[in-house]
Design a protein around this ligand. Structure first.
Ligand code: COA
Length: 257
């Protein structure tokens, strides 16, 4: 598959998707969102891929937001459609992917960039990273799930402050607020994420897919997280991975998933 705005690379069981519009600080235009959707979709059905790392090209930005030049002349209808389509195609899509997604935040993650990082299953940042939702400084609000995911990750009060001030958190502050799991030097960012991804890739991908579903269910209002957990727990008992995992344990060997 040929992409113009992203790079996709696979090494072993780990795929790395890199947003590649460095002259625009990797801003998310419509074409990039569509390419990302396709790349995530392809990676999710490819059973040789067990973990996806998402990052931005070069060292200045992960993603500096939605591409402002594309929506500057939108009206109310266009604005609503932009948010709805983006949420469906990319942000909710990534959050609900059965393959784990780690966001490797290598610089500015602003607006849609932070929203994309928050859609990933967890985040690692480089020391130079800066994160924020500056939309109100443009007369608009976060539209790719930011008003929903940020309060869940860092708490309502701090999220309100960050959104209202259009301010930015440093990497250290993001770690303090548990917005990211780790902060590492820029040159260590991808090697560190690959190490984490390798650990994940040794475990059962069917069980991990069930775990993602169950954890995500707890953050929704339309389904019951405990019921989802019961159902997914039960489903695991019908998988080859469950047989292999339990057999390997009893035979005192490593499982081969
Ligand atoms: N949409 C479109 N283009 C963007 C962009 C965005 N969200 N963010 C950066 N760019 C472009 C700039 O227009 C500039 O393009 P140009 O060279 O053709 O003029 C290029 O990327 C470099 O950005 P620049 O602003 O010159 O870099 P800087 O180092 O001075 O500032 C930022 C970096 C991140 C502080 C600044 O780019 C910025 O505030 N970006 C917008 C952040 C934002 O509001 N995001 C939310 C959008 S809803």
């Amino acid at each position: 598959m040929n992409y113009s705005n992203i790079l996709v690379n696979q090494e072993g069981a780990i795929a790395t998707i890199t947003i590649n519009r460095p002259t625009k600080l990797n801003a998310l235009n419509k074409a990039t969102i569509e390419e990302l959707h396709q790349a995530f979709k392809n990676a999710d059905v490819d059973k040789s891929i067990r973990v996806i790392i998402l990052t931005g090209s070069e060292t200045k930005a992960f993603v500096a937001g939605a591409d402002i030049s594309e929506f500057a002349d939108f009206d109310v209808k266009n604005g609503g459609e932009l948010a709805q389509k983006g949420q469906e195609l990319l942000f909710n899509f990534v959050e609900n992917l059965s393959t784990p997604v780690i966001a490797a935040i290598n610089g500015f993650a602003l607006g849609g960039g932070l929203e994309l990082a928050m859609s990933a299953h967890f985040r690692v940042a480089s020391t130079n990273a800066k994160m924020g939702l500056p939309e109100v400084s443009l007369g608009v609000i976060p539209g790719y799930g930011g008003t929903q995911r940020l309060p869940k990750l860092i708490g309502k009060g701090k999220a309100m402050e960050l959104i209202m001030t259009a301010g930015m958190l440093t990497a250290a502050e993001s770690l303090n607020y548990k917005l990211v799991n780790y902060v590492v030097e820029q040159e260590e960012l991808l090697p560190f994420c690959i190490k984490l991804a390798s650990k994940i890739s040794n475990n059962s991908s069917t069980a991990i897919a069930s775990a993602i579903k169950a954890v995500n269910a707890g953050y929704r209002n339309d389904i019951n997280g405990f019921e989802t957990e019961i159902q997914e727990f039960g489903n695991c008992f019908g998988t080859a991975d469950f047989k292999e995992g339990t057999t390997a344990f009893l035979e005192k060997r490593r499982p081969n998933f």
